[in-house]
Design a protein around this ligand. Structure first.
Ligand code: AMP
Ligand code: ZN
Ligand code: ZN
Length: 411
């Protein structure tokens, strides 16, 4: 009898918790007031967690002193640009948001996705999950997004109120100016969320490597761009209400031609429908019952691991999506694969195991909602979406992040 009563009490408590959560979500969705503060996010492609230590970075130093700096930002696998920008936007692992690499094949739809073709990057078919600007717009919060992965796609019927598709020809300062101009608009048009993307220091990191003198120059140039952004934000009448986050999508490992492994002679063309090659990770779409042949041919090759999709370690969160292919070939850190690629390999690469510290990115933040002079532990980029929802006071869509792992950065 006592047990029955206890079970009844527990059931009532459970119902009360569910009802309170529903009420909170419905309160956020139906809110009439705009969020108090503004949030601006700047992504610097390939800015490794430790780059601040090897260059002169007065702007980042000042953000660190007056705001938050995390030890690093853990990326998701594979540590590539498209995958991680879309993870930051959605809070989802690659297997759940569908952008499983910069280039991949979808067998079901018989469609290739490649970041080099704007027709494919603009095809909404590929984008699963809900980016933060869709979550915001659907809850009547305006957003402005400059060149972020996924911005050129209408998702669930929404696009940002103001946006610009990726265009490498637009100089970095002009991109920052666009964001400032969007923020300068009258209150009724002004976005509460603004996001901006810059390619550096990734390009120099690839070309010369993360240990080169050239990367030091690129870090310093990037720091001065952040300085320009901060100085422009300060000219706005509501600058005290702006939260500014600087982050990156992944790090960079040194590589060299001598350490490359040519996998081409080992894979018989008869075994494969398609092989999507990149130096750190290749996706193999095998002909029927040929996955064992591919695995056997590569299993003893030093410097690479070959894994069938269902056998991929669950820690990667990289198996529950058929776009990954049948077999994944992953190079060890610092090793690069070659496959029908006659070019000399560059000085730096990413795409490797996301538990490799060299793949970690950055997280800096400053503004009214952030702690001052706070050294945060290593954060996960899957949690940024939840953080942004909290800052914008909106209800998050389903995602893989955890607010409790990142809320330590908030006051
Ligand atoms: P990767 O280093 O190969 O992962 O990719 C970095 C490159 O991706 C950058 O140098 C940009 O040229 C390119 N990129 C970044 N965002 C976009 C985008 N939204 N559309 C097309 N290309 C992009
Ligand atoms: Zn990148
Ligand atoms: Zn890169």
């Amino acid at each position: 009898m006592k047990l029955k009563r206890l079970a009844f009490v527990l059931f009532v408590v459970f119902l009360a918790i569910v009802a309170a959560q529903d009420a909170y979500v419905s309160h956020l969705r139906n809110r009439k007031v705009e969020p108090r503060n503004y949030t601006v996010v700047l992504s610097l492609d390939g800015f490794r967690f430790d780059y601040q230590d090897i260059a002169n970075t007065p702007t980042l130093d000042s953000i660190q002193q007056n705001g938050v700096k995390a030890v690093g930002l853990q990326t998701v696998f594979p540590t590539l640009t498209f995958t991680n920008h879309y993870t930051i936007a959605t809070g989802l692992y690659a297997e759940n948001h569908g952008i499983v690499a910069n280039d991949f094949y979808d067998r079901q739809a018989r469609k290739y996705f490649t970041m080099y073709d704007s027709k494919t990057t603009a095809d909404s078919y590929f984008y699963q999950g809900e980016p933060i600007w869709v979550t915001a717009e659907s809850q009547r919060i305006k957003s402005a997004v400059n060149m972020w992965v996924g911005v050129n796609v209408n998702i669930k019927g929404y696009s940002p109120s103001h946006w610009m598709a990726y265009d490498e020809a637009v100089p970095y300062k002009a991109r920052i100016d666009s964001v400032i101009n969007w923020l300068k608009q009258p209150y009724s048009l002004r976005p509460h969320l603004a996001m901006c993307y810059i390619e550096e220091p990734d390009e120099v990191g690839h070309k010369f490597g993360p240990d080169s003198p050239e990367i030091v120059n690129s870090i310093q140039l990037t720091d001065s761009l952040i300085g320009y952004f901060v100085s422009q934000l300060k000219t706005l009448s509501f600058s005290d209400s702006i939260n500014f986050i600087v982050l990156s999508d992944h790090g960079m490992a040194p590589v060299s031609e001598e350490k490359s492994v040519n996998i081409e002679p080992l894979i018989k063309p008869d075994w494969i429908d398609t092989l999507i090659y990149s130096p750190a990770i290749s996706l193999v779409y095998c002909k029927k019952e040929c996955d064992d042949s591919v695995c056997m041919a590569l299993q003893n090759v030093e410097g690479v691991s070959v894994i069938k999709r269902p056998d991929i370690d669950t820690a990667f969160h990289f198996s529950a999506n058929k776009r990954i292919g049948d077999v994944v070939i992953l190079a060890d850190s610092g090793i690069c694969m070659k496959y029908k690629d006659k070019r000399t390999l560059p000085g730096g690469m990413h795409g490797f195991d996301n538990r490799n510290p060299l793949m970690n990115g950055i997280f800096y933040a400053i503004g009214p909602d952030f702690k001052t002079g706070y050294a945060a532990p290593q954060l996960c980029n899957t949690d940024i979406y939840e953080l942004l929802c909290r800052l914008l006071e909106i209800a998050p869509a389903h995602n893989d992040g955890h607010l409790e792992r990142i809320e330590c950065v908030l006051k």
